[in-house]
Design a protein around this ligand. Structure first.
Ligand SMILES: Cc1cc2nc3c(=O)[nH]c(=O)nc-3n(C[C@H](O)[C@H](O)[C@H](O)COP(=O)(O)O)c2cc1C
Length: 521
């Protein structure tokens, strides 16, 4: 020990803390290389998670001063108010893991009975009698016919509400749906057949996954079914026509020996949980019959006159998903320069893709485009027709810069945008007809469309920022929407200004006229 340390206990203490001490009994994560026992299938699923909702290059500043690595999906204020749990098929059972996008760690939580999970997915309740026949083996079904994994996107409302108040609850739906959609797209790219389920018993899932009394709302499930045949156990098969591209920023770290379990809610999180009870599907379930099918993200447009055809009708803007997903990012601002109509058309084509869901008869948002500065397109409002990939002119002049910025809660990010996308629906009518479940489904599809648009924009080098901070009435006025239509989500597109500053990541919700020190309410 040196003289300085003897005379400076703080230095000595610090030096002591820097020493590594090995412990034979300590649990080590399996970094990079999977355990010998880890199946190729789990590895492929983890890779899809890392690409769909994982870290990417770059950093964002959140909560005022914390620097965090950027992720492949956007989130209001970069708060990511949700968790991802994954049940991996493990022979005749499922193994439940907590997936943390920060650091790409997968930590084992518990074993899940496959019959319970199968019942939940089937929407049936198994008799309490433990000797009752296994419904899967009884009718000849084999474990291989069950999904290879079930990914649950589980909201923690308080994590958004502490900044955005009650509106933050809606952001949990939007943020989670961005991630769920992207995970489904990544899984499809890796050769799985993904299906999104929104009509499931949230309370039953909470019981099964150990989420009860933790103030968490399971909002979406993505089942990943492996392709049939020997490829599921052999080397990882390629996605359609190419090898799956790994995310170099998301190398899975497996923790198979359990750990702390999920974080417990504190007082404010419990209060926020009670506050969402009138609006959440967890608290107010509505048992709607499942309708399996593939739905587009956007509802068809009503007939219109003098349609304008857009470029990119036959192209698949997400064909190179693996490359595009790592390039997605939010523009911090826009230059007052015109956007190329061809690039806009190709980016918009991304919303035309369908997704397999259990609510194929559910509500979809319409897409109203407010063109302000696009080369080759007169300014004004247009309804987007996804079937024909056309714009149907509605009228107006696109609004003044002042009016557009004011409609976006005076957020400077909207100034200079070439166009605003307003996703809209007759929300009040929907609430009456389908209740909280309808609201959840509508927000899922709106965010799903926005996520596809983000990817389409990334592929075309079009600047894009999703906006949760907007005045729905003002946007509806600018976009000439009918009275019953409400704007539920806005996306600004244009030529990105790399030098702008992004204020919505600050701790104060300026765009919501809120001070976060206020309690929600
Ligand atoms: C639901 C939602 C609402 C958002 N609202 C705003 C907004 O009002 N203003 C803004 O500048 N950015 C907004 N964003 C973008 C986020 O700030 C951005 O996604 C986050 O900072 C992470 O950065 P990245 O998208 O570049 O990865 C929103 C994103 C989402 C998903």
């Amino acid at each position: 020990m040196g003289v300085e340390e003897l005379t400076n206990p703080l230095l000595a203490g610090f030096w002591n803390e820097t020493r590594l001490r090995s412990n034979l009994e300590a649990v080590s994560p399996a970094v990079g290389q999977p355990d010998p026992g880890l199946s190729a299938q789990w590895t492929r699923i983890a890779a899809a998670l890392g690409l769909g909702y994982g870290e990417r290059s770059g950093a964002v500043i959140t909560k005022g001063k914390t620097l965090m690595r950027a992720r492949t999906t956007p989130s209001a204020g970069a708060l990511y108010p949700f968790e991802v749990l994954v049940a991996f098929q493990d022979g005749h059972a499922y193994a439940l893991y907590h997936y943390d996008a920060a650091g790409c760690s997968l930590r084992r939580l518990a074993a899940v009975d496959r019959r319970d999970l199968a019942d939940l997915l089937a929407g049936s309740v198994r008799p309490a009698d433990p000797l009752a026949a296994d419904p899967l083996t009884a009718d000849g079904a084999h474990p291989a016919e069950l999904p290879a994994a079930v990914v649950a996107v589980v909201a923690r409302p308080w994590h958004a509400m502490r900044k955005y108040g009650r509106r933050g609850y809606l952001y949990t739906h939007l943020d989670g749906a961005h991630a769920a959609t992207n995970i489904a797209l990544a899984a499809a790219d890796a050769g799985f057949a993904p299906a999104v389920r929104l009509r499931f018993d949230r309370r039953a899932l909470s019981r099964l996954f150990g989420l009860e009394n933790l103030c968490r709302e399971p909002q979406a499930l993505v089942t990943l079914t492996a392709p049939a045949g020997p490829a599921t156990t052999g080397p990882a098969p390629a996605g359609p026509g190419r090898a799956p591209r790994p995310n170099p920023f998301a190398v899975p770290i497996w923790w198979h020996d359990g750990g702390r379990g999920l974080e417990q809610p504190d007082g404010p999180e419990r209060e926020a949980w009670d506050l969402v009870s009138p609006v959440s599907t967890y608290h107010q379930p509505r048992d709607l019959a499942r309708r399996f099918g593939t739905t587009p993200a956007i509802r068809p447009a009503a007939a219109g006159t003098a349609p304008l055809a857009l470029t990119g009708r036959d192209a698949d803007p997400l064909a190179d998903f693996g490359a595009v997903v790592l390039d997605r990012q939010s523009a911090k601002g826009f230059l007052a320069k015109p956007l190329d109509a061809d690039a806009l058309g190709r980016a918009l084509a991304a919303v035309r893709g369908g997704i397999a869901v259990d609510c194929a008869d559910g509500p979809l948002a319409g897409l109203r485009l407010l063109v302000r500065n696009v080369d080759g397109l007169p300014a004004g409002a247009y309804e987007y027709d996804p079937d024909g990939h056309r714009l149907l002119p509605v009228g107006g002049d696109g609004g003044s810069e002042e009016a557009v910025v004011a409609a976006c809660m005076n957020q400077g990010v909207a100034a200079g945008c070439a166009a605003l996308v307003a996703l809209h629906a007759p929300v009040r009518q929907l609430l009456g007809e389908r209740g909280q479940q309808g609201l959840a489904e509508l927000h899922f599809h709106a965010a799903s469309a926005a996520q596809r648009l983000c990817l389409g924009a990334a592929a075309q080098h079009v600047g894009i920022t999703c906006l949760g901070g907007f005045d729905a009435g003002r946007i509806a006025e600018l976009a000439l929407l009918d009275d019953q239509e409400e704007v539920i989500y806005v996306v600004a597109v244009g030529v990105a200004d790399e030098n702008a500053v992004k204020w919505d990541r600050a701790p104060v919700a300026y765009s919501h006229a809120r001070d976060p020190r206020q309690q929600p309410g």
